[in-house]
Ligand binder design. Structure first.
Ligand SMILES: N[C@@H](CCC(=O)N[C@@H](CS)C(=O)NCC(=O)O)C(=O)O
Length: 211
């Protein structure tokens, strides 16, 4: 299988870390989003939405959407479980994973996308044509991230990982969000949140975090 990927972007990194945790490697093609390589005809023929990550299986099946790709990998390589164990735990991991996306990653994407000069006319990602950035969304994104950081710190006071005792996809989404927010989106994790800092150090030390 082959992963269409971009080292500069947070969503493809979620898949790389997920695969690294499972010990899986595959063919990889890097596309430069800022240069618009994801909007070229060759790639749109594979994924008309022009979004990364995109996984192509050996039989030609195309799977896009980070969580859908992770679901496929989880089903084909169940160990270690990263998306929950029994029915209740799977539902809980899914809820936490969505909290990380909605409260954190979307805010970071808004804060970055609407401030980055190269995306002035690419306010929405992918093959949607010209859409102007909205500078007001930068502050809204940062406000959302602020709540995300504080809620995470409170949750991590009484549990090791974001969905409980085990490292899961929710931790991967949160890590990629925080690194992206701290760098490109210019909304770093506050220094005074000690539970969040403890967790961040632990997950950043995992070998998969280098993926
Ligand atoms: N919901 C999608 C979002 C994917 C997404 O936003 N990908 C970004 C990179 S992080 C992208 O491909 N952007 C293309 C662009 O900005 O033109 C997923 O989870 O895979």
């Amino acid at each position: 299988m082959k992963l269409y990927d971009s080292k500069m972007a947070p969503n493809p990194r979620r898949v790389r870390i997920f695969m690294a945790e499972k010990g899986i490697d595959c063919e990889n093609e890097q596309l430069d989003i800022v240069k618009g390589e994801n909007l070229r005809e060759e790639f749109l023929a594979i994924n008309p939405r022009g979004m990364l990550p995109t996984l192509v299986l050996d039989d030609g099946t195309v799977i896009d959407e980070t969580v859908a790709i992770c679901r496929y990998i989880e089903e084909t390589n169940p160990e270690p479980a990263l998306m929950g164990t029994d029915a209740v735990n799977k539902a809980h991991v899914e809820a936490r994973q969505r909290h990380m996306e909605w409260d954190g990653l979307l805010g970071a994407m808004d804060a970055f996308r609407n401030a980055f000069p190269g995306f002035k006319e690419r306010g929405l990602g992918g093959s949607v044509g010209t859409v102007n950035a909205i500078p007001e969304l930068v502050d809204r994104g940062k406000a959302s991230l602020n709540r995300f950081y504080n809620n995470l710190d409170a949750a991590l006071a009484s549990q090791k990982y974001i969905a409980g005792d085990d490292f899961t996809i929710a931790d991967i989404t949160a890590l990629c969000t925080i690194d992206f927010a701290s760098g490109a989106a210019r909304a770093p994790m506050p220094e005074n949140l000690s539970n969040l800092k403890r967790w961040y150090q632990e997950v950043s030390d995992r070998p998969s975090a280098k993926a």
